[in-house]
Design a protein around this ligand. Structure first.
Ligand SMILES: C=C(O[C@@H]1C=C(C(=O)O)C=C[C@H]1O)C(=O)O
Length: 459
């Protein structure tokens, strides 16, 4: 890695060399400058200000955004369509200059809460589309810095802002990935619902399933914990990436609140006229012992209750995608998705899209799937609104990157936590179908909560 000072000088010089390429006319819109970084980065630093981070260790990718060049918010029915209308202007109003021919593009973050109706106690906007002022991107071995601003803007103002970002970022680029701290103790605070209310909820759901009002509903818990030191989010990102390399680590810091997830569940990826979506439902906790672990895997594949719970999700996602696609197929399955701590059943759907179907339209059709809400969709949402004792916020919502051509990839926000200083609120849920039992579903949520709580102990 270059010495920080040298890097600052190099980036400043490149900025001054390339600034004249930017069209700073009086037109409204945005402008981005993409500058290649001389060496691949191991990680994206947390500059401790408003920003977001999406990283996938196995793919060797991250996209970190800092500051706000532009943002749009929406809520209520039609929330995604309203933001889609904004993003449709990107292709003509967002000029991106890539003088180093990196082939990388500036993207926006799209994120949204579980339901379009905001509820009290939610601290992130219900639906948010966000262009950061500075982004660090890594794809395979290629790394770039992307600077973005709203137009019109003068060259002098741009230089001042962007040099400021480079000065703040460059000294942090040479610093390696933070190591886990010695394990500390987490004290559990309240769980909403507690076990007895949980049992009542699960039994009520099973009743409504027996009465054919529902086929499946996903009931969730919120568990508060207190650590012995303020959590270090940069370290937490590193611990989560190391522990769950196939998961997408998503960190959003906005309006003084930190939301972080390490999710195994990709809602979809869309590029050109293609879409891939993953149905993930059906869970078993893994064992240390290899023989026992192999038996758990086989038992999950053969378990009628889990297969049914999974199939409900596959069928609903198939039905949701069908109107968007001119061809749609699902892989033979289900397959096993193996995480460090759990096995899930997974089925991949692949489709060829009809013209005009972009990432916003796919999000609108697909979200929420019965993996996190239930089936039928509206009945399950009503049931949860009247029964669940807290606002889910962004938990079971989705987030991901959207490119200027409105293609993108969204991840379901699971295995996540809202963090404030030394306290964290963790979320987890379990799918209830005929044959579910309160005790084992509670154990499943305990296990899912542990994915985040274990990592928090080292941060
Ligand atoms: C709801 C959660 O997970 C979802 C529910 C699953 C299940 O019930 O088997 C499995 C994966 C996720 O789709 C969660 O992690 O909180």
């Amino acid at each position: 890695m270059l010495q920080p000072l040298k890097l600052i000088d190099q980036l400043r010089a490149r900025l001054r060399e390339t600034l004249d390429l930017l069209p700073l006319d009086a037109n409204q819109g945005w402008v981005s400058l993409i500058l290649e970084l001389p060496q691949p980065l191991a990680m994206a630093p947390d500059l401790r200000e408003v920003g977001f981070y999406l990283g996938h260790a196995q793919r060797g990718e991250f996209y970190a955004g800092y500051g706000i060049a532009a943002q749009w918010q929406a809520e209520g029915p039609g929330r995604l369509e309203r933001l889609r209308q904004v993003a449709l202007t990107w292709s003509k109003d967002w000029v991106q200059i890539d003088p180093d021919e990196t082939g990388l593009v500036a993207q926006g973050l799209l994120g949204f809460a579980a339901t379009p109706r905001p509820r009290e106690g939610e601290d992130l906007p219900n639906t948010l589309l966000w262009l950061p002022e500075l982004a660090l991107i890594r794809r395979q071995d290629r790394c770039a810095l992307i600077l973005t601003a709203s137009r019109p803007i003068t060259r002098a103002a741009l230089l001042h802002r962007w040099e400021g970002w480079i000065a703040r970022l460059a000294p942090r680029l040479g610093v390696g990935t933070p190591l886990p701290l010695p394990a500390s103790v987490l004290n559990p605070l309240r769980s909403q619902p507690d076990f007895s209310d949980w049992s009542r909820l699960v039994l009520a759901a099973i009743d409504d399933i027996a009465n054919s009002r529902l086929e499946k509903v996903v009931i969730c818990r919120r568990q508060a914990v207190r650590g012995q030191r303020p959590f270090d989010l940069e370290r937490l990102r590193a611990v989560l990436s190391e522990s769950y390399p196939s998961c997408q680590v998503i960190h959003i810091r906005y309006a003084g609140s930190d939301f972080i997830a390490a999710t195994p569940e990709r809602l979809f990826r869309q590029w050109g006229d293609r879409v891939e979506a993953d149905a993930i439902a059906g869970t078993a906790c893994r064992a240390q012992d290899q023989m026992q672990d192999a038996a758990i895997r086989q038992a999950l594949l053969a378990c009628p209750k889990n297969r049914h719970e999974h199939q409900v999700v596959v069928d609903a996602m198939h039905a949701a995608l069908a109107p968007c696609c001119r061809a749609l197929e699902e892989a033979a399955g289900p397959q096993i998705l193996a995480l460090n701590n759990a096995y899930h059943l997974q089925t991949r759907l692949r489709g060829l899209l009809r013209p005009g179907i972009d990432a916003f339209a796919l999000a609108e059709h697909l979200h929420p799937t019965p993996a996190t809400n239930g089936q039928p969709r509206a009945a399950a949402a009503d049931w949860l609104r009247t029964h669940e004792p807290f606002a889910r916020g962004w938990y079971t919502g989705a987030a991901g990157l959207i490119a200027p051509d409105l293609s993108g990839e969204l991840w379901v926000l699971l295995r996540c936590s809202r963090i404030q200083g030394q306290e964290a609120e963790l979320y987890a849920g379990a799918g209830i179908v005929a044959g579910s039992e309160p005790e084992s579903e509670w154990q499943e949520t305990e296990h899912k909560l542990a994915a985040m709580s274990k990592a928090l102990r080292f941060a």
